[in-house]
Design a protein around this ligand. Structure first.
Ligand code: CU
Length: 698
């Protein structure tokens, strides 16, 4: 009993669990970090231990995922965070919601994958440790999956009703979030509805307010499952509606995202030791952003912009596993088709419009084989995959008010080939020696990433760069080669009943790393049409995406120690060094060394604790990206939880107790004029505030 409580308290208190997953968790342990957000176990027929919870749930789930060792949060807006993993972010880190891959709609990734996973609805977030298995598809630098709450199967023949509802208030941005799931189920079918609403104001820091950081988002959906044979037939639909939300690191803010998710399939055993998984998915994003609705002061009429963007992704995946969970061969095939369209307009001039991304298409077809075997005392997972990607771009349409220079670029682009294709190979080998207390592990991998259609076909020099937010104007490069990462990592998992420590060291060598470099050799001399157009848009020294060489290395760990029956310490630490190999420069937006440390006092029905987040300065910045250094800081939080009854839990806390002023290195640079954050300064972290949250489970 003590073990169970300690275990769950550990898992939930630290929001990092290897114990609270399904039965095969022990197997997955070694491969995945799971960050549990709420007390729910994946199904209703499991014992639930109400957890102590440590933080105000941020609207942006990236801030939750960033608590994993090696992870960090790239801040581009209230709802636009990207997960950085061991120094890499953007499309290098695969992001999924409920296991579904899809393309972001915003050309600057205002809607990175976790935009579609409101924290209030999270069941768990899983972060692949180091590299993702090839069965999850291509992913250069890691993979994260956010699982939203769902109704599970019941225990008997007659329908049971279950639900989880959470509500939170947070003072620092005067925000509230409510959400949950209601389900009805028997042992053979399940039906659930999910919904959330979040709304927040501009957040406060020190003595000021950060302009253009408010947000508003609704999500609702329905899901169902039916037992069929030894498996389950399932389907889910969700709609996410983001209303005006701020992006101070960008020249524009979100006006809306209206996004539909549809997914369905079958998973289960079709014969003794043969398991099958089939999945079809479709995601449709519709987006508008502008530079005047949410932020002040208004730009002059001629520079007023509204940009419309759409993205559609269709996915199909199928795999077969021959053998048991731990001794098997899997084979699979998958395809992913993504279409994107971006049109820039001036709302005051109907003749001013141009297609920055005219019907960009990217189709990928892949297949993999993966082995899971044991060789004497060692456990081995080996996988390899091959992908073919075909990309093409349409011809841009331009309004009659567009000046000569961009028209010339559009004509030149229209006359070019506008297509590319690649074949890529990935391979991953993981090896570990399971021990009673000590499990050494080793991963070797070759991973690839095909250039995005933006990186290849951005004919118009703009700031669109999947969210680099470095203020530079970028132009595409059809001649780009895929990136290839060679990855080695070694670590050890130490687990005794009361103590765990899981350090990892890693090295990643990325050949053909895609990075913006000066457009031509005569930097500053405006002697090309691209530089002329970039200069018209405010940057006389545009960058072009090119293949360079890079390397990253570092170490990270998490640990937990039950010092007494009631007192526990836990934390995570991360360090990464990242630089170019072809020239003497650092990579951009690399998290400084950090240490998070929490002390928790736990009783049967309540717990209290304190957390420290200490972050070093970062002086190793990218000159190419005009990046500025940042200072060190430490922020302290207090938290407590109280189980009112079997079904009701209350959590509350004080964040940034000492009202410290700090500027996270990965936060963007402010581009909003009317704000207490000076224009061009790095966005500060939130000031002191209180939060309270209630959770009902029945
Ligand atoms: Cu956008």
């Amino acid at each position: 009993m003590h073990k169970t409580i300690a275990c769950s308290a550990f898992a939930l208190a630290v929001l990092l669990s290897h114990s609270a997953m399904a039965q095969d968790a022990d197997e997955e342990d070694i491969l995945t970090d799971v960050i549990l957000v709420l007390a729910q176990s994946p199904s209703h027929d499991t014992d639930e231990v109400e957890p102590p919870h440590q933080i105000a749930l941020p609207a942006d789930a990236v801030a939750v995922a960033a608590r994993a060792p090696g992870a960090g949060a790239i801040g581009n807006g209230a709802l636009s965070g990207q997960l950085a993993y061991r120094g890499l972010f953007g499309e290098r880190v695969l992001g999924r919601v409920n296991g579904q891959r899809f393309a972001s709609g915003g050309p600057n990734a205002m809607d990175p994958p976790l935009h579609y996973a409101p924290s209030i609805l999270l069941e768990w977030i899983e972060v692949a440790r180091g590299v993702a298995p090839v069965s999850q598809g291509p992913s250069l630098a890691g993979a994260v999956n956010a699982q939203l709450q769902q109704a599970g199967f019941g225990t008997g023949l007659s329908p049971e009703f279950h639900g989880h509802l959470t509500g939170q208030y947070r003072s620092v941005d005067d925000s509230y979030a409510v959400g949950g799931v209601l389900g009805v189920s028997t042992e053979s079918w399940r039906l659930g509805v999910i919904a959330s609403r979040e709304e927040g104001d501009d957040y406060e820091f020190d003595d000021g307010t950060a302009g253009s950081t408010s947000f508003e988002r609704n999500l609702y959906g329905v899901h169902a499952g039916m037992k069929l044979g030894e498996g389950e037939l399932f389907a889910e639909y969700r709609r996410s509606e983001t209303d005006p939300s701020g992006n101070p690191a960008f020249p524009m803010d979100i006006q809306y995202f209206n996004t539909d998710f549809l997914q369905g399939g079958y998973r289960g055993d079709i014969a003794d030791d043969i398991a099958v998984e089939l999945k079809l998915g479709h995601v449709s994003v519709s987006h508008l952003m502008d530079n005047y609705s949410l932020r002040d002061p208004d730009p002059v009429m001629a520079r007023t912009r509204g940009t419309y963007a759409d993205a559609d992704t269709f996915t199909a995946e199928g795999s077969l596993r021959f053998g048991s969970l731990t001794r098997n061969v899997s084979v699979g095939a998958d395809l992913e088709q993504a279409d994107k369209f971006v049109r820039i307009t001036n709302p005051f001039n109907a003749d001013f419009f141009l297609d920055a991304q005219p019907d960009l298409e990217s189709d990928r077809y892949g297949a993999f084989v993966q082995l899971r075997q044991g060789v004497s005392a060692a456990e081995i997972e080996f996988g390899a995959r091959i992908d073919r990607t075909e990309q093409q771009s349409g011809v841009p349409t331009l309004g009659s008010a567009i000046p000569m220079a961009p028209v010339g670029l559009a004509n030149a682009f229209a006359a070019s080939a506008r297509e590319a294709s690649d074949i890529t190979f990935d391979a991953v080998m993981r090896l570990w020696l399971p021990g009673d207390m000590v499990t050494p592990r080793l991963t070797l991998a070759r991973k690839t990433r095909v250039p995005s259609t933006l990186e290849r076909f951005a004919w118009l020099p703009t700031e669109a760069s999947y969210g680099l937010a470095d203020g530079n104007i970028y132009v595409g490069n059809p001649a780009l080669d895929p990136e290839t990462a060679w990855i080695a990592e070694a670590g050890v998992d130490v687990e005794t009943g009361a103590f765990s420590f899981r350090p990892t060291i890693f090295y990643r060598r990325v050949d053909d790393y895609i990075q913006g470099t000066p457009f031509d050799a005569t930097v500053g001399a405006i002697d090309s049409p691209v530089e002329m157009v970039a200069n018209m848009n405010g940057d006389p020294t545009p960058l072009m995406f090119r293949n360079v060489d890079a390397e990253l290395y570092g170490l990270d760990f998490d640990f937990a120690a039950e010092l007494t029956e009631h007192f526990m310490l836990e934390g995570t630490g991360s360090y990464v060094r990242a630089k170019r190999r072809d020239i003497d420069d650092n990579l951009y937006r690399i998290p400084p060394a950090s240490l998070r440390l929490a002390a928790i006092w736990q009783q049967d029905r309540w717990s209290v604790g304190a957390e420290m987040n200490a972050v070093a300065d970062q002086g190793k910045v990218s000159a190419t990206n005009s990046e500025e250094a940042s200072d060190s800081y430490a922020v302290f939080n207090l938290f407590g939880t109280f189980a009112v009854s079997e079904i009701v839990t209350l959590d509350a806390g004080v964040e940034n107790v000492f009202d410290a002023f700090y500027q996270p290195h990965l936060a963007g640079v402010n581009r909003v004029g009317a704000s207490d954050v000076p224009f061009g300064e790095k966005m500060p972290g939130v000031g002191r505030g209180v939060w309270v949250r209630a959770h009902i489970a029945f």
